[in-house]
Write a protein that binds this ligand. Structure first.
Ligand code: ACO
Length: 428
């Protein structure tokens, strides 16, 4: 028997099977040979929420959740966050290597050339009420882009995919800023292509009467936050992009599926939920009672816990450093003081220690965004801008992966057996 196999004995039949092991993994399809009768469907694996199922092979992001390691294309997140720009990281995720100067210049210029959006998109945006949730607006407007670029449907052409990637990277910050201005009833600020990616976005958000005094510390802090969010392998929103993209739909539609997934409070919506939670707590003396209610099963400590990280989220460590720089500029606030105390109490509480619940990336990001002047319900939009390169890189990898087909999980049917249709007059 080869060493790299798994022997399985089916005690229903007494038969044994040797299943190949590659990368510490067996292929679920190899289990289909395990049957009681020849005409059985064969054995499946049952894995709700994909707790232990690899759905792809990927060379983009490496995570070791137990040791708190995150690497993009092999580079530790700590080194990348310290020195790179967001566009450099996006290039790295797409192309697999860090760009040289000429490559980065071309990439940056290609994006710069596409920052404007069709004015009809603004009419579309204005159909939303001023108080519509920013993520709902973002979701709608990004999927709307697919109707403006019908050429995006040709996903078989790599050059065409590059064009759509550039369009999305260039236009997402413009749309994100425009929907903020729409909520405020402020005039739209056109993209300024003499500014870099982050500076242009911040200018479109906050410029009043054509004037905005940039704060380099806050802009670099935002850039680091975008970098920290750029990819996180097969998380919920990326899996959504891959699953929807696997049907062959255009990238605008596939990315909007990612935005929809990110919107949820268990995923990208958590940074917003953290601020809501801190508001509910209200003051430091109420923290112990709040922690007790979480432990009793009434709600969760938002910004704590992670499906993959069972030690401190490495991004949360970096974010804490960023927070120090930002708050040195903007000053401490009451919410931050509650957050610091909440973290201290939770990290020393047996309930959280036993379950390996540590702060995740969202625990501090919302506080930083708030200090920078972004409204609470807008935080997840910033996450989406950061995550876009990851979604697109994973989408591209999926398209080039010959093993991938349309995503189509199996189920264990638990409903009725066949029964006769009941006419209306005979129903109870
Ligand atoms: N507060 C209190 N208890 C928690 C928390 C929390 N934040 N997270 C998990 N637990 C407890 C659960 O109640 C459960 O306890 P039990 O074993 O006594 O039943 C145990 O820890 C395991 O929890 P699961 O739900 O099985 O963990 P899972 O890996 O499925 O969940 C998740 C991960 C969704 C992130 C969860 O920790 C959570 O809801 N956190 C709060 C929301 C949040 O911050 N989300 C952001 C995630 S990071 C991101 O998307 C960028």
């Amino acid at each position: 028997m080869a060493a790299d196999t798994l022997s399985i004995k089916d005690n229903r039949t007494g038969k044994s099977y040797d299943v190949p092991i590659t990368d510490d993994t067996i292929r679920a399809i190899d289990l289909r040979q395990i049957k009681v009768k020849d005409d059985d469907f064969g054995m499946m694996t049952y894995d709700p929420a994909f707790m232990n199922t690899a759905a792809c092979r990927s060379a983009i992001t490496y995570i070791d959740g137990d040791r708190g390691i995150l690497r993009y294309r092999g580079y530790p997140i700590e080194q990348i966050a310290e020195t790179s720009t967001f566009l450099e990281v996006a290039y790295l995720l797409f192309e697999g290597e860090l760009p040289n100067k000429a490559q980065l210049d071309k990439w940056t210029n290609d994006i710069r050339y596409h920052t404007y959006v069709h004015t009809n998109l603004i009419k579309f945006l204005e159909g939303y009420r001023y108080d519509a949730h920013p993520m709902g607006m973002l979701l709608g407007i990004v999927v709307g882009l697919s109707t403006f670029y019908p050429d995006a449907k040709d996903i078989s052409n790599p050059q065409n995919r590059y064009t759509q990637r550039i369009r999305l990277m260039a236009k997402l910050p413009t749309l994100a800023a425009y929907l903020f201005r729409h909520s405020r009833g402020l005039p739209y600020e056109l993209p300024r292509n003499d500014l870099d990616y982050v500076a242009n976005y911040v200018n479109m958000m906050f410029s009043i009467g054509g004037k905005h005094e940039p704060n380099p510390v806050l802009q670099r802090a935002l850039e680091i936050l975008l970098i920290l969010h750029a990819d996180h392998e097969q998380n919920c929103s990326t899996s959504a992009v891959r699953a929807v993209g696997s049907s062959g739909v255009d990238p605008f539609s596939a990315v909007s599926a990612g935005i929809a997934a990110l919107y949820g409070p268990s995923h990208g919506g958590a940074n917003e939920a953290v601020l809501v939670m801190l508001d509910e707590i209200g003051s430091k003396d109420r923290i112990p009672a709040f922690v007790d209610s979480v432990k009793a099963g009434h709600g969760r400590l938002m910004g704590f816990g992670h499906r993959v990280y069972k030690s401190y989220d490495p991004r949360a460590k970096l974010i804490k450093k960023v927070a120090d720089g930002v708050f040195a500029q903007t000053g401490l606030n009451k919410k931050l003081e509650i957050a610091l105390e909440l973290e201290r109490i939770a990290l020393s509480d047996e309930y959280f220690i036993k379950r390996k619940l540590y702060p995740n990336v969202d625990f501090y990001s919302g506080l930083i965004y708030q200090a920078m002047g972004y409204p609470t319900d807008y935080f997840t939009v910033l996450f989406a801008i950061g995550r876009l390169p990851g979604w697109l890189a994973q989408w591209e990898e999926m398209i080039n992966d010959k093993e991938q087909k349309i995503a189509r999980p199996r189920q264990i049917y638990t409903g009725h057996g066949e029964r006769a249709y009941v006419p209306m007059e005979k129903r109870k």
